[in-house]
Write a protein that binds this ligand. Structure first.
Ligand code: KIV
Ligand code: NA
Length: 278
């Protein structure tokens, strides 16, 4: 049913075909990105930032991720969907972790989960993979550890840090992860890691040589106000301006009574409005 499987992803890496991934958090945007031909959707805990308006991803809960995943799956039923495990939901007992994973998979209907961390989470990754759940790792800048890292800092800048990232990537591969997100890693180090492992790397601010790329939906389209651009993002449209201008026009037309117009109104001959059904 899905255009993509984790088996096919590995094959794409071998063939040098890049993987495209974007975040989505709701039904409507999920429909649009599926229609546009995206390979994979990430229901990222970045929804804490761009949907909930929090400063970090830390407040996001399992309930939030289940809710948003369900909406995305309904919109993009033929796309491979990965959901983030939120902060502190995979660090307790293995029973508690598996309960949380079960909710994402069984209530949210995701196809895979993403977890931040390297060697320290590998035992957990193994157990989840053994349960039949595909896991993608996430190393480099891991936003759930921002209070420990001390900011959104570029990772892999010296030999020791590069070595640490490589060891983490290899350990995640060994643990059975089907891929690894590399966030804010120098291009040189991301390239080296990508060459050293057989599973695909998906980069965000990690240069040109990853096996795939992921971006946050809202960043692609400047869908925020005020929009603050990031160096590693390319914007492909400005829906922020479009929505602001559109809504201000709507407000004006309501005020001057030019909306609704004659073609928007009902008479006694009218019966049902079909387009209520999505
Ligand atoms: O939550 C998210 O959007 C992510 C990507 C930035 C990789 O984890
Ligand atoms: Na995330």
């Amino acid at each position: 049913k899905h255009a993509l499987s984790i088996v096919k992803m590995k094959k794409m890496k071998q063939e040098g075909v890049p993987l495209s991934m974007v975040t989505a958090y709701d039904y409507s945007s999920a429909q649009l990105v599926e229609e546009a031909g995206i390979d994979m959707i990430l229901v990222g805990d970045s929804l804490g930032n761009v949907v909930q308006g929090e400063h970090t991803t830390l407040p996001v809960t399992i309930e939030d991720m289940v809710y948003h995943t369900r909406a995305v799956v309904r919109g993009a039923g033929n796309t491979f969907i990965v959901t983030d495990m939120p902060f502190m939901t995979y660090h307790g007992s293995i029973d508690e972790t598996l309960r949380n994973v079960r909710r994402i998979m069984q209530e949210g209907h995701a196809h895979a989960i993403k977890m931040e961390g390297g060697r320290e989470i590998c035992e957990t990754v193994k157990k989840i993979v053994q349960a039949g759940v595909p896991v993608i790792g996430h190393i480099g800048l891991t936003p759930q550890s921002v209070n420990q890292i001390g900011g959104y800092l570029i990772q892999g800048k010296d030999e020791q840090d590069a070595q640490r990232l490589l060891e983490d990537a290899k350990a995640l591969e060994q643990a059975g992860a089907f891929g690894i997100v590399l966030e804010l890693v120098t291009e040189e180090v991301a390239r080296f890691i990508s060459e050293q492992i057989s599973i695909p790397t998906i980069g965000i601010g990690a240069g040109r040589y990853c096996d795939g790329q992921v971006l946050v939906f809202h960043d692609l389209f400047q869908y925020a106000s005020p929009y603050r651009s990031k160096r590693f993002v390319k914007t492909y449209g400005d829906v922020g301006t479009m929505i602001r201008e559109g809504v201000s026009q709507y407000v004006k037309e309501v005020k001057d009574r030019s909306f609704p117009a004659e073609n928007h109104v009902f008479t006694a001959e009218d019966h049902v409005v079909e387009s209520y059904m999505v």
